[in-house]
Design a protein around this ligand. Structure first.
Ligand code: GDD
Ligand code: MN
Length: 373
């Protein structure tokens, strides 16, 4: 049996729903999980795909139940580990358009699968997410420390990614989606949070959330570790780099910073090498920075949106930048002279407000942000 354990067993039933279940040392959970799923999904044509990286006898248990249950197939990976990569592998192998991902330890109640299917039929949703954080939901199965980490993780994702703001439980390990929303997309197998990857990278219209109560683990223990929490941050950073609309503001700020450096270098050269007077040097260096900023923003920040001619975009950019300088000066003067705020803080406030305003105006006017981008 050991020799055959990583041979893929194909299911013999046609399926409407593919259930992808990653397993790592879940031997005691396999039999009760399959039994519960089976009784909840009596009238559904489904397949269960186990992707197993275990070092205990989980795969033997899976092989055992698969002999009696025609819905099950599996793959055992000898030298690989990783929740996200296991889920991605399961998605690759799935035969149906509807894919549900869930944990093997029954902390996600198996009865949820049927509820998600009903919701799908009712709302034609592209993604269905059972949520611990909406009325009727409960994250009871986690320790206080895990709850705190999970809270911070959700907020980091919400601040950085537009598509995640409307979702109450983006770090959920259970969800259902249509395979077509990730067609032609590359999912990167970093860390655990494959739902966040799908929410940011996928192309979809509607999401439905349904409340559920996260259960306590009966057998085995959680595999969440400090290392996985660091992996989460790496994942978020890689996702930000791959999502043009979410990374835009950060790229814009980096370009702004490069403009300050260009400004100072040109200013210094003009004064020291060409003996140009201070005022003229200031004007030339600031104008040079506006042009280099424009070139960089055009190439990197708004790399995919080109509606106007380049010279039209440059003119608009100069108008926005001038407006930004005026707003910066106005706020600085107001805070410093009227409210007697510290001179540095007054300028920082002015820079912050004018940077956000500049970004927004450039986004909707200079580079004409399209809603569906
Ligand atoms: N194949 C494979 N490889 N599976 C793994 C690996 C791995 O390296 N690591 C963990 N798993 C499997 C476990 O066997 C289990 O089925 C599932 O992934 C989740 O692991 P748990 O260790 O039970 O995670 P948790 O309960 O602490 O957290 C889960 O629930 C939260 C709430 O939905 C995870 O799904 C979290 O992502 C989620 O936020
Ligand atoms: Mn668990």
């Amino acid at each position: 049996m050991k020799n055959n354990k990583n041979i893929l067993k194909q299911p013999t039933v046609y399926s409407d729903l593919s259930l992808v279940i990653p397993t790592f040392n879940e031997a005691k959970n396999i039999v009760p999980l399959v039994r519960q799923l089976d009784s909840c999904l009596k009238d559904v044509a489904y397949e269960i795909i186990f992707i197993d990286d275990s070092s205990d006898n989980t795969i033997e248990k899976i092989i055992e139940v698969s002999k009696k249950n025609k819905h099950i197939f599996f793959e055992h990976r000898d030298n690989q580990r990783g929740l996200a990569s296991a889920v991605i592998r399961g998605i690759e192998l799935a035969h149906s358009e509807f894919i549900a991902v869930m944990d093997a330890d029954m902390q996600h109640p198996p009865s949820l699968i049927k509820e998600m299917l009903k919701e799908e039929i009712k709302n034609h949703s592209d993604i269905i997410i059972p949520s611990r954080f909406m009325p009727g939901g409960d994250d009871g199965g986690l320790s206080v420390c895990r709850k705190l980490v999970s809270f911070v993780a959700r907020w980091i994702a919400r601040i950085l990614f537009k598509s995640i703001r409307k979702v109450s439980d983006p770090t959920s390990g259970i969800f259902m989606f249509r395979k077509s929303i990730i067609k032609n997309k590359t999912l990167r197998p970093t860390g655990w949070k494959i739902l966040i990857e799908i929410l940011v990278i996928g192309e979809y219209k509607n999401i439905t959330e349904i409340p559920y109560k996260f259960q306590s683990r009966r057998y085995g223990k959680s595999k969440m570790s400090f290392r996985e929490q660091i992996n989460y941050l790496t994942h978020i950073f890689s996702l930000l780099c791959r999502s043009p609309k979410d990374r835009r503001f950060f790229v814009f700020m980096c370009v702004g910073l490069s403009g300050v450096i260009v400004n100072l270098i040109v200013y210094d050269i003009l004064i020291k090498i060409f003996s140009v007077n201070v005022l003229l040097s200031g004007i030339i260096s600031a104008s040079t920075a506006v042009v280099t900023n424009f070139i960089l923003n055009d190439k990197y920040t708004w790399c995919e949106q080109k509606n106007d001619q380049k010279h039209q975009r440059l003119i608009k950019y100069i108008v926005v930048s001038s407006l930004g300088i005026a707003v910066n000066a106005l706020i600085l003067a107001l805070l410093f002279y009227v409210f007697s705020l510290n001179y540095l803080l007054s300028n920082i406030a002015g820079i912050a407000v004018s940077s956000i305003m500049n970004f927004k105006l450039n986004d909707i006017w200079t580079w004409k942000y399209k809603k569906n981008d």
